[in-house]
Design a binder for this molecule. Structure first.
Ligand code: ADP
Ligand code: MG
Length: 568
């Protein structure tokens, strides 16, 4: 039974499997590689995933969710109609869909997956990703960082003698930079850095802002429906600007048809602040890896947003060379995850590849330190595992009691780069009793172990009594126990994914609904007519009639598209 690789993206998700011919992408029920990471709930409780849900984002935004990966492992909930979901649950629907599509394509049951996360995802977010896979019915023993996966796919793909490469991954919502070193069959991740709040969506946001400014629309006046429509317009214009020198956004707001022409030049100018933010993670990764920009042999582009010419010119200016387009930026991560899956299964063709990864953040605790004036100051961050340490890593530090007759020691488990403990992320806390005595008499040994999946375990041991405790993450909002997963699987069992064999037809109906809502006049009437015919044909179950009606609908969609592009 093969293990598949899954790239669970903010915008698009995809799955791949390993063949004797290398990793291959698994097409979904619509025959496409990318499944948009969008989930929608129908009136009868049916769960729609992917393109169908993406259409419904425009026609029923109240029942549809997107961009939830940013909230993985947080307490944020999403209300879809009368149901409430966490980001893990929504992600589990995406994974379930990929699982069904893969099982259908490969003709067998698949029970295990390797899932990728941004390198910069923290402990909680990685655990949440694992939980999402388990909610979808997979065993998930291995989580892989996205840029590492992309580099594996690239490393396998290239026959040239590349030693240091930089993976530049700009997706929908996240930016990741990794520096990797290849030598023969060893691949070493040297450093990673990134920004969890920077991605293609932010560039779409710039176009939305430009449009609103031009027409004096204040963002607060937009309803959810207005927002999704304007967002779609901006997204289309952004894609257009990757292919042409200018694009036109046209949108009817407040009963008035409005438009805005944007040139590539003006767009680039307006994106300056966003582009500037790309630089810091690059510099940090390069410094942490102990290399210079000039030492980087090749730059691998990953993620849909790297297709923007303004990103390409920024990178070329910074590195004074062009990125490598050896591998499809949309598919690299899933392909690499499939290779990792094969490595886990110890597939013959792949056995020799050795891979080392690093921990993306500094992990430490809070301590009190004596100042020059003799007083102690608390809340100072003490690193235990420094960022970009090769993993698996295990480090131990000894700490002393502070006060006389102190009866317990509290170990705060922190992640981050600030010297002030409170500015770092609190992952958990361990309280352990110690025998009372003079200050400094009792000691505790704190051991941090960071495994290959990027998951942290903390052990605290009192030296004198030998009593020890392992981390129980109480304050970790996203942490889910196996029991909770079992319970949630049961709760979610009543919700059914839309049957995949009916996806193609459902997609046409939802798309028809969207065109009906966004057009007027004659074409709108024709769409209604053909939607009606199509539904009747579906009820009648005559495949020839269904196909004919579908064809008429598709050609109407084309007309509608042309009409909209002509600016009305
Ligand atoms: P993620 O990994 O976050 O799911 P992807 O790698 O699929 O994201 O990239 C999605 C982002 O790439 C979106 O913001 C999308 O608008 C953008 N994108 C995709 N194709 C293009 C293109 N041709 N030009 C500009 N942006 C693009
Ligand atoms: Mg991605």
């Amino acid at each position: 039974m093969p293990i598949i690789g899954i790239d669970l993206g903010t915008t698009n998700s995809l799955a791949a499997y390993f063949t004797s011919d290398g990793p291959k992408i698994i097409p979904n029920s619509l025959g496409e590689a990318l499944t948009p990471s969008v989930v929608s709930v129908g009136e009868d409780g049916t769960i729609y995933v992917g393109r169908i849900a993406k259409e419904r984002l425009l026609t029923c935004p109240e029942n549809t969710a997107s961009v939830f990966k940013r909230s993985m492992g947080s307490e944020k909930t999403f209300t879809l109609g009368d149901r409430v979901f966490s980001a893990e649950e929504l992600s589990s629907f995406i994974i379930k869909k990929l699982k069904e599509d893969a099982e259908n394509f490969l003709g067998e049951e698949i029970s295990e997956a390797v899932i990728s996360t941004p390198a910069y995802f923290n402990d909680t977010q990685r655990k949440a990703t694992k939980a999402a896979g388990e909610l979808a019915g997979f065993r998930v023993e291995r989580i892989i960082s996205e840029p590492t996966a992309a580099a594996i796919a690239f490393g396998l793909h290239t026959s040239r003698d590349i030693s240091k490469c930089l993976v530049f991954d700009l997706g929908g919502g996240t930016f990741d930079v990794s520096i990797l070193e290849f030598s023969d069959k060893v691949m070493e991740v040297r450093a990673v850095a990134g920004d969890n709040y920077l991605g293609g969506e932010d560039f779409t946001g710039v176009l939305m802002e430009m449009f609103m400014q031009e027409h004096g629309i204040s963002p607060e006046t937009l309803t959810l429906r207005d927002f999704v429509m304007l967002n779609k317009n901006a997204e289309d214009a952004k894609l257009e600007l990757s292919a042409r020198k200018k694009a036109t956004m046209s949108w009817t707001f407040d009963g008035q048809a409005r438009s805005l022409e944007v040139t590539a030049e003006v767009f680039e100018e307006r994106c300056k602040t966003l582009i500037a933010r790309l630089k810091a993670p690059i510099i940090r990764a390069v410094n942490d890896a102990g290399v210079r920009l000039a030492d980087v042999d090749s730059i691998i582009f990953v993620g849909g947003a790297t297709k923007m010419p303004l990103i390409q010119s920024f990178v070329s200016r910074l590195f004074k060379r062009f990125p490598v387009f050896g591998i499809n930026p949309d598919e690299a991560v899933a392909l690499g995850a499939a290779v990792q899956a094969a490595m886990k299964e110890r597939k013959e063709d792949i056995r020799e590849l050795i891979l080392t990864d690093v921990c993306p953040f500094t992990l430490g605790t809070a301590v009190s330190v004596q100042q020059n004036n003799g007083f102690f100051r608390s809340g100072i961050f003490q690193p235990i595992i420094e960022r970009n340490t090769v993993i698996p890593a295990s480090r131990e530090e000894r700490f002393y009691t502070m006060a006389p007759n102190q009866t317990s020691v509290k170990v705060e488990i922190l992640q981050g780069e600030s010297w002030r403990a409170k500015d770092n992320v609190l992952l958990g806390e361990i309280d352990i009793p110690v025998p009372a005595g003079p200050a400094g008499q009792e000691t505790v040994d704190v051991r941090y172990t960071y495994d290959v999946n990027g998951i942290l375990e903390v052990n605290v041991k009192v030296t004198s009594s030998g009593e020890s405790k392992r981390m129980i993450i109480e304050k970790n909002p996203g942490a889910v126990t196996p029991e909770q997963i079992e319970q949630r699987i049961e709760e979610l069992a009543s919700l059914k994914l839309h049957p995949r064999d009916k996806d193609k037809n459902r997609y046409l109906l939802e798309k028809g609904e969207r065109y009906y809502q966004t057009t007027t006049g004659f074409i709108r009437m024709r769409i209604a007519e053909e939607l009606n015919n199509f539904e009747a044909a579906l009820d009648g179950q005559h495949s020839k009639e269904i196909e004919e009606a579908a064809e008429r609908l598709r050609s109407l969609f084309e007309d509608a598209e042309n009409e909209q592009n002509n600016g009305e």
